[in-house]
Design a protein around this ligand. Structure first.
Ligand SMILES: Nc1ncnc2c1ncn2[C@@H]1O[C@H](COP(=O)(O)OP(=O)(O)OP(=O)(O)O)[C@@H](O)[C@H]1O
Ligand SMILES: [Mg+2]
Length: 377
């Protein structure tokens, strides 16, 4: 029998909040989403109350998993504190639209690291469609080629692309009923919401759901020992991105931009967002930097090449490299055959490896500087 939202809420009726109120009536739950036996929701409480609520989250998970027909449960605890102490409403996906002004939802404590994982870095941009996912995948492969053990996490809950870009099908195995085994492709460990839900599942989740799914994909996955996890961020610099930047213990961020002014304005917003939460910006990649004709090899600067390098200099962040707009990158990327893995001796693979090497260098500097997440309460 298919499990329903009412079944889940009935189970949560028996889980007490710290003050004894049944969790289902606590007013702290996000929308409870039930899809194909999988249950997702988050519990949003004041940041200071998070320790008291962690046992509740655990008890809720156990209770939901015990409901007949439940295959898995993703429940996250989200701590929020608004400046002045008032509770901030949960971030909404609308607020994540490119150009939306980030609102601070600072956290009292920095997000803890992932045991066994050396560093987590984000690949982000203000603007959509500039090549973040393509860059994230090829950067991850470039880091792999430098001898690092690498994972990739798809944080684009609304439009996951890693299953396609890495041609990975199937579902992750569950280990011991609670933790997920990451998928693997081209020597990378990979996790994406795309492995967990059907493509047709309506994306009705609200902001807190995005955070809960992300937290669980990061923390309840058996990543093993990794040098680095590359996080492919969703586009934009809205609340959802800001909260992610705060909730994921990032060692640094790589900003992807195309050379046009408009993209650069958004890139600047992305940089400002990471600086605001004290995540070091490892640098800017200029993607679709210039056009390389596949027929004659001639180069043309159709988008005004060099804008990102100039912007990096202006903002005092490293420039990591320029990737041309080339049909091979697009075709291979979209066919699940990323250039670094499938044409390792080609010019594009070399470019991505150089970018990876600069990122690694930046990480060692960032590591020494011991970045901390700032609290602006
Ligand atoms: N350097 C490049 N040369 C040619 N095509 C590219 C290049 N980089 C990315 N593309 C193509 O551009 C499209 C968008 O790229 P991608 O999906 O990586 O962008 P994105 O920033 O992750 O998008 P979104 O904001 O939707 O997540 C894809 O079809 C991809 O293959
Ligand atoms: Mg993408």
């Amino acid at each position: 029998m298919a499990v329903t939202k009412a079944d889940v809420l009935a189970a949560l009726e028996r889980v007490p909040s710290p003050d004894g109120t049944p969790l289902s009536k606590s007013g702290k739950l996000s929308e409870v989403v039930v899809s194909d036996g999988k249950v997702f929701f988050s519990i949003t409480v004041d940041a200071a109350a998070v320790p008291a609520w962690e046992p509740v989250r655990k008890a809720a998970e156990t209770a939901v998993r015990a409901v007949p027909g439940v295959a898995s449960a993703m429940i996250a605890l989200t701590g929020e504190r608004a400046p002045g102490g008032a509770r901030t409403p949960p971030p909404s996906p609308q607020a994540a639209a490119p150009g939306a002004r980030p609102r601070a939802t600072p956290h009292a404590t920095p997000a803890p690291g992932i045991p066994g994982v050396g560093a987590i870095i984000a690949v982000a941009s203000g603007k959509g469609g500039v090549g973040k996912s393509t860059t994230a995948v090829n950067l991850a492969l470039g880091l792999r080629d430098l001898g690092l053990k690498v994972g990739v996490l798809d944080a684009d809950i609304y439009g996951p692309s890693l299953p396609k870009l890495l041609a990975i099908k199937g579902r992750p195995e569950t280990l011991g009923g609670t933790r997920l085994k990451p998928m693997e492709g081209y020597g990378l460990k990979v996790m994406s919401i795309g492995f967990l839900i059907e493509e047709e599942t309506p994306m009705i989740w609200r902001g807190p759901m995005v955070i809960s799914a992300l937290t669980q994909m990061l923390r309840e996955v058996e990543w093993g020992t990794l040098d680095v996890i590359v996080v492919d961020m969703p586009p934009g610099t809205g609340d959802a991105q800001l909260t992610m930047a705060q909730q994921v213990p990032l060692k640094g961020a790589v900003i992807v931009s195309t050379p046009q002014d408009l993209a650069l304005i958004d890139a600047r917003r992305g940089i400002a967002m990471f600086k605001r939460v004290n995540v070091p910006v490892l640098g800017i990649v200029e993607n679709m930097s210039y056009f390389l004709c596949p027929e004659c090899g001639a180069r043309s600067d159709i988008f005004g090449h060099g804008g990102a390098r100039h912007e990096a200099e202006r903002l005092g962040v490293p420039f990591l490299g320029e990737v041309p707009l080339h049909i091979d990158i697009r075709e291979k990327s979209d066919a699940g055959l990323p250039v670094v893995a499938t044409d390792p001796d080609g010019p594009h693979a070399k470019t991505y490896r150089e970018i990876a090497s600069r990122v690694r260098q930046g990480l060692s500097v960032a590591g020494r500087a011991a970045p901390k997440i700032v609290v602006e309460a």
